[in-house]
Design a protein around this ligand. Structure first.
Ligand SMILES: Nc1ncnc2c1ncn2[C@@H]1O[C@H](COP(=O)(O)OP(=O)(O)OP(=O)(O)O)[C@@H](O)[C@H]1O
Ligand SMILES: [Mg+2]
Length: 266
């Protein structure tokens, strides 16, 4: 299927990547690579351009400067093999769970027989069996996000782009989904770019955590997460996890704390 990256070549390579909306420079000079079986977590304040960056990688919108290559090819439009899970589920309200999951496969050119075989498999994988004929408004937020996940996974993407996939669900569901995603990823490791607001989630998921900061934003720091895989609930209890979380926290908060100190000193 399609182009497969040459050995040793990064799946995703961004160089000098910048995006402007009119006069608003959102991010600039982004240099990043993501490996074949790597999870790159991206964290940064609201509005710093995380969704915009994912959309550029997905080919939904063009960069204003620099380039993004996926599997060695410059991205100019959405590509086969790249799937995205959206921040707000991104489901079609008029389609059932089954039809929503089938949509990605249809776009990818799957036959009826392939759809009939694949859709139930992925609905089961995310725990939605029995809800195939429900519409999004009839299921909970967590279930809607499972549906979005099944749609993205069903095309067996070589690159999975996740935009705060668990941001809109309650804390318990979020934990459950995090560990389910880790389990799914372990079974079939692929290239993943995982955007989140949660420091814990970034450290838990990522092989590296990229901190985006500034206005316009750019890569402020890249933290290597040397926690062993497979990761599970016990990972959260490791002293190294706490150290890494603390490190990312202080990186993110450095400016906020300096601003606070400046106010106190006045
Ligand atoms: N289509 C658009 N047209 C103009 N400006 C936009 C557009 N999309 C996003 N922006 C602006 O670009 C900036 C970055 O937005 P983006 O949604 O990428 O941020 P984000 O980091 O994903 O934020 P959040 O964490 O809140 O999801 C914001 O200032 C936003 O107003
Ligand atoms: Mg966003």
């Amino acid at each position: 299927m399609g182009n497969v990256a040459e050995p040793g070549q990064p799946r995703i390579a961004m160089s000098g990547a910048g995006k402007r909306y009119g006069t608003l420079q959102v991010f600039q000079d982004v240099e990043l690579t993501v490996g074949e079986r790597e999870v790159l977590a991206i964290i940064g304040p609201s509005g710093c351009g995380k969704t915009t960056l994912l959309r550029c990688i997905d080919g939904l919108i063009p960069l204003s400067a620099g380039e993004i290559k996926v599997e060695g090819e410059r991205v100019t439009a959405p590509r086969e093999g790249v799937a995205m899970v959206f921040q707000n589920f991104g489901l079609f309200p008029w389609k059932t769970v089954f039809q929503n999951v089938a949509y990605g496969l249809k776009l990818a050119g799957a036959s009826r027989a392939q759809i009939a075989e694949q859709v139930p498999k992925f609905i089961e994988l995310v725990g939605l069996t029995g809800f195939e004929n429900y519409y999004p408004y009839q299921i909970s937020g967590g279930m809607q996000q499972r549906c979005g996940l099944a749609r993205a996974l069903s095309v067996e993407p070589r690159v999975l782009l996740m935009d705060e996939p668990f941001g809109a669900v309650d804390a318990q569901t979020r934990e459950i989904l995090q560990f389910e995603l880790l389990r799914i990823w372990e079974a079939r490791p692929t290239t993943m770019v995982f955007v989140t607001h949660s420091i814990d989630e970034a450290v838990l998921m990522g092989d590296r955590v990229v901190v985006l900061k500034g206005r316009p934003s750019s890569v402020y720091e890249i933290v290597k997460v040397d926690l062993p895989r497979p990761r599970d609930r016990a990972t959260l209890l490791q002293p190294r996890f706490a150290e890494l979380r603390e490190h990312v926290w202080s990186t993110l908060m450095a400016d906020a704390r300096q601003a606070e100190l400046a106010i106190v000193k006045r």
